[in-house]
Design a protein. Sequence first.
Length: 152
Amino acid sequence: MKLNKLFGKVLLAGVILYCQAGFAQNSNGPAAGLQNGPNEKAIKAYYTAYEKKDWSVMTQILADGFTFTSPVDDHIDLKAYKARCWPTAYKIQRFDVEKLVINGDDAFVTYNGWTTDGKLFRNTEHFKIKDGKIMSNECFFGPGVNYPNSGK
């Protein structure tokens, strides 16, 4: 019986924490004013550039010294990013953003991406932003799905 009471208390604490986390992301506090601010606009422009295959838009929102990291790339610079990653734009149909959380100059995005041949890939990305420009992107590939250049 004691184990059931402990489980109930742990479950209740988890529900309370979950609700508070959701409330914090949707509150009308100072962070809420960042919606549609320069950081959110940069993130949206990043995905739009891929969908429209528009490198000129991408170069406008990436900062000098931009780096990209993923399970197969380690802090590559803009030149390497364009050569290795940008060709995937031609295989991407769209992004469905599931979660966008902006905290100051950090942004976290989880999305489902769809290739031009209808395949799903799922990633979470952490962006560092300064003055409305993306300084870095760390991309984490989701399990069970493939990024567009994987050939799968």
